[in-house]
Write a protein that binds this ligand. Structure first.
Ligand code: NAD
Length: 367
């Protein structure tokens, strides 16, 4: 019997609420499919600060190191907002986790079911069938991490700050490979986004991507867009894309634009894959909803658990190689929300809504 060993980091506010439901779904499919779960729950974010004095306690890192994947909730909220920026839950937990596990590839499915087009700020006529694309963001390089990074005072007393954008071909090639593999499982189309008309790093990015795909993936249709145009195209006609991939800062912005056009944050999952392999020889990864801790609805059984449940499905796919089980969970979520019309408040649009637990129960029913 296969045992799935993973760390569970629920975090704050709605994090533990939706995590409870994702674990219930995982336990259900494990019983059905004949595998077992071996997971350890650990504090992170505000819970880490409150219980251990740190957003990412060493004990939590140790739990993650002993696991094959991390199922993450979300962190932060008003309780910790007065802390210095470097100690705030998101910054002090997520950035070090990305660094510790070299999580270089952020994969965000931009999925909006046809029945939920009203959740999108786009006109329904632009997305009659909903949205189905994937955005891949390089997560450990570029201007967010490049050195030197400094603020200095010039001889005339004026202040000047600098950040440095750096990419190596090896960093570009490994994220290109993630984009290619994702496209091979979908529509075999990749659009690489850069600013090659202005930036040196983008000139290297575009040349490296073109050469890599010509060499390794000639069967994939590769196109390039400047980032300003990509942002417009995403709002104009998102489904022209299959897999969109880009560097860290452009991806930060484009992936959030994609989340907005896809409607409720309660439906959007994500995977961040590491450079290292887990004990199964598969990518180590961190799996989390795209949204935050939603303090406005926390503790009231109102949160939509779908994003967390879909993140658990991504974990089964990427870190445990259980493609069919992942696809079953995704199909069950889709059927529950669309065919059965079971909705939490964020996607109910005035019709009746159910609580967090009832939504998960309905999904389990469809499994
Ligand atoms: P948010 O994503 O928590 O909430 C934005 C809106 O979306 C709210 O109206 C919320 O109710 C709704 N929403 C989000 N998830 C939902 C769900 N599962 N079901 C139903 N509705 C949902 O963003 P925010 O309010 O800007 O941030 C709140 C806190 O979360 C902040 O402290 C922020 O730093 C933190 N945050 C954490 C992460 C993370 O852990 N990765 C990401 C984003 C924000």
């Amino acid at each position: 019997m296969q045992t799935l060993k993973f760390a569970v980091l629920p975090g704050d506010y709605i994090g533990p609420e939706v995590m409870t439901e994702a674990l219930r779904v995982l336990e259900h499919v494990a019983r059905q499919e004949g595998f077992s779960l071996d997971y350890t729950v650990a504090d992170v974010g505000g819970a880490g600060i409150d219980n251990h004095g740190k957003a990412l306690p060493e004990s939590t890192v140790a739990v993650c190191r002993g696991a094959d994947a991390i199922l993450f909730g979300s962190v932060g909220g008003p309780k910790w907002e007065k802390l210095p920026p470097n100690e705030q839950p998101e910054r002090a937990a997520l950035l070090p986790l990305r660094k510790a596990f070299n999580l270089f590839a952020n994969i965000r499915p931009g999925l909006l079911y046809k029945d939920l087009v009203d959740a999108s700020p786009l006109k329904p006529s632009r997305i009659p069938e909903g949205i189905d694309i994937v955005c891949i963001r390089e997560l450990t390089g570029g201007i967010y991490f490049g050195q030197p990074k400094a603020t200095e005072t010039l001889p005339n007393g004026e202040r000047q700050a600098r950040d440095t954008m750096i990419y190596k071909t090896s960093e570009i090639e490994r994220i290109a490979e993630v984009a290619a593999r994702t496209a091979l499982g979908r529509g075999r189309k990749v659009c690489s986004v850069d600013k090659a008309n202005v930036l040196e790093t983008s000139v290297l990015w575009r040349r490296t991507v073109s050469e890599y795909f010509a060499r390794k993936h000639p069967g994939i249709a590769l196109t390039h867009l400047y980032v300003d145009n990509a942002a417009m195209q995403l709002a104009r006609d998102p489904n022209q894309f299959d897999v969109l991939f880009t560097e860290n800062m452009f991806g930060d912005i484009l992936s959030d634009e994609m989340a907005v056009i896809c409607g409720s944050l309660g439906m959007l999952s994500s995977a961040s894959l590491g450079a290292g392999k887990n004990s199964l020889g598969l990518p180590f990864g961190l799996y989390e909803p795209a949204g935050g801790t939603a303090p406005d609805i926390a503790g009231r059984n109102l949160a939509n658990p779908c994003a967390q449940i879909l993140s658990a499905a991504l974990m089964l796919r990427y870190s445990f190689g259980l493609e069919q089980v992942a696809a079953r969970i995704e199909a069950a979520v889709r059927k529950t929300v669309t065919v059965d019309g079971v909705r939490t408040g964020d996607i109910a649009f005035g019709r009746g809504s159910v609580g967090t637990d009832a939504m998960a129960t309905a999904i389990i029913g469809n499994l």
